[in-house]
Ligand binder design. Sequence first.
Ligand code: GLY
Length: 415
Amino acid sequence: MLVIGGGGREHVLAWALALSPHVEEVLAAPGNAGIARVARLLALPDDVHAVAAMAVRERVDLVVIGPEAPLVAGLADACTALGLAVYGPSAAAARLEASKAYSKDFMARHGVPTAPFRIFRHAAVARAHVEAHGAPVVIKVSGLAGGKGVHVAHDVAAAVRAVDAAFDAGHDEVVVEGFLVGQEVSLLVVCDGRTALPLRLAQDHKQAFDGDVGPMTGGMGTIAPVDLLDEDGVADVMRRIVEPTLAGVRAEGAPFVGTLFIGLMLTAGGPMVLEYNVRFGDPEAQVVLPLLETDLYELLHAAATGGLHAIDLRWRGGAAACVVMAAPGYPGPHPVGIALDVPDDLGRDVLVFHAGTALERGRLVSAGGRVLGVSALGSDRADAVRRAYAAVDRIGFAGAHVRRDIGGRLDERKA
Ligand code: GLY
């Protein structure tokens, strides 16, 4: 097995793959200090062809590509060209995430429900549009932005500022779309080009601060499962959103192999697509995969080789929560090199997934914005959240930025 990437998502992937009796050894490139406990780390070459050649040299049976950037750069295509089994879509299919302008046009072409939108290539035209149409409105840069490219503007002045900031930062395409009201959920679907299996629904908390305020981040914490859609509701999303999407990708290029991650807004008018991603969510993977009982190697290998129809997804009961511990100042400028003290005895149902960590002269230190994802399993969501925060409170990490309300949005609904 070779896992590509070095964040929390790749840590949970490597951890779950290492549990499989089919897997002799997990390799990871570049990995991080946590992944090093379950995998042998390799340096990650810059060029996708060199990565694929390295996988051949290491006699890897399956390449699992974690992040979007190598997918967009064509790593899956380079692996396929060398005869490797690979879990992750082609660069053509990865356009669903690489370009929001492309993905919104794609949804319009294929009748996938989404917010009304316009695409702009000139700041003055975009400004005139938001001034004429008012707020609230959502401003998105079209290209990859690590989850930080979306701005929800509640008044016209903020919308104009967001438009200007996007063009000033060098983005040449900006999407302006309608603001949708509802609960946001993440649906991850494992696909083999023909069969698509939905995983448990999760909910992320993307804004930096409690109460869903502040700037967008890569994700500050997750909870699963989410009962905002029942089995029929998920089946409806598969029929009205996932199937047309996969049929559209097939019709426009290559079949989709990998994780299709659909950011959904559950509106009064039904589920609508906020965005597509073409890989596991981070930190959605850190709650969904610990709940999965099915052997992850069997699942991903089946997806990579067209065999998903034979896979039976089995789930643990209860729930999982993940609380992200980020560097002080994240998602803005933040220090690195902060000493981390992660006790060994946090409990059997607690899993600490490393995101931005490194070993410095044998000492565990922070090396990024999101540093640790502390996941816990519990008998229900409240129990999982309690266990995750109890673990967070025992981890030494000076100045850590932590949201204290993970999972709370679902409870507000009941209050
Ligand atoms: N958690 C959101 C993402 O992975 O894009």
